[in-house]
Design a protein around this ligand. Sequence first.
Ligand code: MOS
Length: 776
Amino acid sequence: MDTESTFFENPPQTVAVGQPLSRVDGRAKVTGAAKYSAEYNHLPGMVHAVIKTSDVAKGRVTGFDLSAAQREPGVLAILTHQNLPKPALTAETKEGKEAIGYSVQMTFMPLQSDQIFYAGQPVAIVVADTLEHAQQAAAKLRVSIAAEAPIASYQDTKAPRYNPGGKPDADAEGTKRRGKAAEAFAAAPAQVTATYSHATNHHSPMEPSATIAHWEAADRLTVYDATQGVSWQQRALSAILGLPQDQVRVITKYLGGGFGCKGPIWPHSVLTALTAKAVGRPVKLVLTRPQMFTSVGHREDQEQTLRLGATKQGKLLALLHEKTSTTSPWDDYAETNSKFMGMLYQCPNFEATTKLVKGNVMTPTWMRAPGEAPGSFALESSMDDLAYQLGLDPVQIRLVNHADKDPATGQPWSSKSLKQCYQRGAELFGWSKRNPKNGLTRDGKYLVGWGMATATYPVNDSQGNARVRLFADGHAVVQVAATDLGTGTYTVITQVAADCLGIAPDKVRFELGDSALPTTNISGGSMGAGTFASSVYTAAQDLWQKLTKMAVTDAKSPLFRAKPAEVEVVKGRLQLKANPAKGEDFAALMKRGSLTDLEGFGQGKYGAGYEAAQSGAPAPAKPDDAGKESGHAMYSFGAHFCEVRVDPELGTVRITKWVSVVAGGRILNPKTARSQVLGGATMGIGAALMEQTVRDPNLARYTNASLADYHVPVNADIPDMTVEFIDEHDPYINALGVKGIGEIAIVGTAAAVGNAIFHATGRRLRSLPMTPDKVL
Ligand code: MOS
């Protein structure tokens, strides 16, 4: 293969990319033709499973009374730890953890013993011919449990606090200290010390998690599963069930949101596969809404103490961060807030420590901007405090501390348009009209406040495969085992493929959501668009290389005997770089060669991996090691501006104006991108004002595991938001310069709201959510 050739421009000419194309899957969704994971009802003999869970958070199962349940009509099986088939491997062993890979979040597998570790833990699975029969039998099933006193959270003073990884004072991910933070803080002329708390949050996607497991043969399994990553799920299930990877197929054509909770593999998917094996029929399991609060992880409840030391001019001298959070009995997972703390502002002295408490809860997990979202509440609230203390404008203090290179690594940024985000956001919002004093602006009885905050999210490092199949009749099928959370993956990758192949978007069919397609990364970590776009780009290059080879060796081609390096491809036409008139269309070339179609296959890299590949340096081994082994620090940046109206009698807070400006590299589709930012900011407003799952301190059981009691914002809570993007070109991330915008909009959001409340009322709220009782 002639790798000297540049077959088309880097980045490719954009025709479809950058256009506000409406969702290609829109019609299928609004007409109900889009099949979600629980909707594969055609499987012959499919039966229904219901999970019976433990109300007790700690203890031991002492017995079952199955008799009443077994008498219920339609019951096929009742599976408990005594009779459920065992998995071949679990993540509880080191071997299992390695084999199952990144998709392991919770290493514990329920229904393997009589032990109960958390409320909501599965203790039995009832299988029946209909869902109603299974539910009825599950209700009649009696499980006796000897209960013990659980640990509900880090707030329980009986529970020991420990440093993850056994390293005293080290952050979980080893975020590097720099300088002498404690000394620098003590000597700083301006100081802010504050403690923040963040409630447990649940992702609460509209579509509950669901699995249909269908053993098509004794050693071949197809799973319809609501997962953000079919390739990860395939790998995990094959390892756990002891099958070769290609004998497990995972299908996820549509998702109704996920926000991280559908990223890793969770027990219910494995249990459904084991249940289907036990009963010899396809089995469908849909988690109930309450079960969604105890089956797929959560954002951990946490407390952060932050100390900022600064000069009188507001320049940071020291930043000390301490975090304590609740984790599960088996895993040391904690959101890494410190990565964000260490990179956002120029600050010579930095130190972060993480402490964990093992509570009787399942393992928490990534929830939209894990680390950055709660971390930004603490840092961006404290920066606001510092601004007031020193009489500086909140935007000004952030400009004073702008990091011109990554303070954590010393590397230059691959691109950073944060100053433009502040400037454009302030302009759109009318920030210059802000009264610098708080508690002075009124609108009738309402107190009006303005606040702002910085947002950032890393470009994680990722790679994956893609296949493009271009037909001589001018259409193409493009395949990646990607998933579309509802965010627009179908649409934006269709646009990318159209440009890479030089055809119109309506001539492209982009297939995703099937592990039989070329494997790739999950839609998570804001990596989806960048990874899949890079892979499709690389696959298209492979195709053009093949076609060029055909042309230069085809005596009937105008390009016969040209050197491949002299050929370029422009909008599907192969031509001489020096003489573009000399060339031909791909269709003519294919037809002459009796080919109806031709395939290209490629492995695309994104983030530091792409840069490393371009420079010849080795790619990082871990997908989230962005920037570590290449020359640049890679992040998206943004700024939020918020206006609130606070009712001083009721303590209610309404968001009345919102501006988000994001610099996220190339925006593939401004319409779907805007929706991403609207959704992210709305979720951040939820965390700011409403969202909290309350774990009873004595029982360690959630008291509000429903969407009636776990409040998320609805349309009526959200004003008409203004969203803009900065036009940004980043040559280091991938050929298309896509940074990813899935998570950045939730970062800084709660702080922008809290800062606006402070401006309105003079009350600084440091505990999320900022409910009316705290506002008053
Ligand atoms: Mo996202 S929390 O990486 O799905």
